[in-house]
Design a protein around this ligand. Structure first.
Ligand SMILES: CC(C)(COP(=O)(O)OP(=O)(O)OC[C@H]1O[C@@H](n2cnc3c(N)ncnc32)[C@H](O)[C@@H]1OP(=O)(O)O)[C@@H](O)C(=O)NCCC(=O)NCCS
Length: 177
């Protein structure tokens, strides 16, 4: 599977991408925003196999077309093909690409493809309420805030409110997402 945008190419994650994904896991700033993808490095082959073969998830590499650089990954999790619902996650791990429109283009390119060519029709995501860059990016892609998920306990270090955002195929049709 290869999906082409103007500046980004989305393709299936492969074993040659895993070192980059693991490197991003070592960056405290990224971990604060998205958590660790791999709590146990020895489980990365199992993660890759699941992403490649399970119908309930999908992991795509986000590649900069101009330099052919792997800059991040976009995942769908908990896909229900029956209801057309899935959770979206994105991480641009190469920080020099932040704030240049790549995240917006990657999501728009993917959503456009998925809503046109698959039975997916409802995508949701969770984002820390303090992650203003991500929220601005998601709004540009047409996501709407639905509510706040209050998680954890105030005394726990990682306790922070999560914003739940959704995007529907029907909404996109009227808003030209
Ligand atoms: C979130 C992420 C995917 C966004 O992709 P991106 O390419 O950096 O974002 P874009 O450039 O497409 O859009 C970001 C928007 O946020 C705005 N922005 C940046 N910092 C901001 C801030 N502190 N407050 C408000 N808006 C901000 C930018 O101005 C831009 O909007 P504009 O185009 O209208 O000017 C990417 O930054 C990333 O992966 N970050 C690390 C991991 C992460 O946070 N993932 C999301 C977890 S839910």
């Amino acid at each position: 599977m290869v999906i082409e945008g103007d500046r980004v190419i989305l393709r299936l994650i492969g074993s040659s991408d895993m070192l980059s994904l693991q490197r991003w896991d070592d960056d405290p700033e990224i971990v604060r925003l998205v958590g660790k993808k791999f709590l146990y490095p020895e489980r990365t082959p199992a993660w890759l196999a699941r992403m490649r073969h399970s119908p309930e998830c999908l992991a795509l590499a986000i590649v900069d077309r101009a330099s052919n650089t792997l800059m991040g990954d976009l995942e769908l999790e908990d896909i229900s093909w029956r209801s057309g619902r899935a959770e979206l996650r994105i991480c641009i791990g190469e920080k020099r690409f932040w704030g240049k429109g790549y995240g917006t283009e990657a999501i728009r390119t993917f959503i456009d493809h998925a809503f046109s060519n698959t039975s997916l029709k409802h995508v949701y995501l969770r984002v820390y309420a303090s992650n203003h860059r991500a929220i601005a990016c998601y709004r540009k892609c047409g996501f709407r805030a639905e509510g706040i998920l209050r998680v954890g306990h105030k005394r726990q270090e990682l306790s922070e409110d999560l914003l739940l955002m959704t995007l529907d195929k029907e909404m996109c049709r009227y808003q030209a997402c």
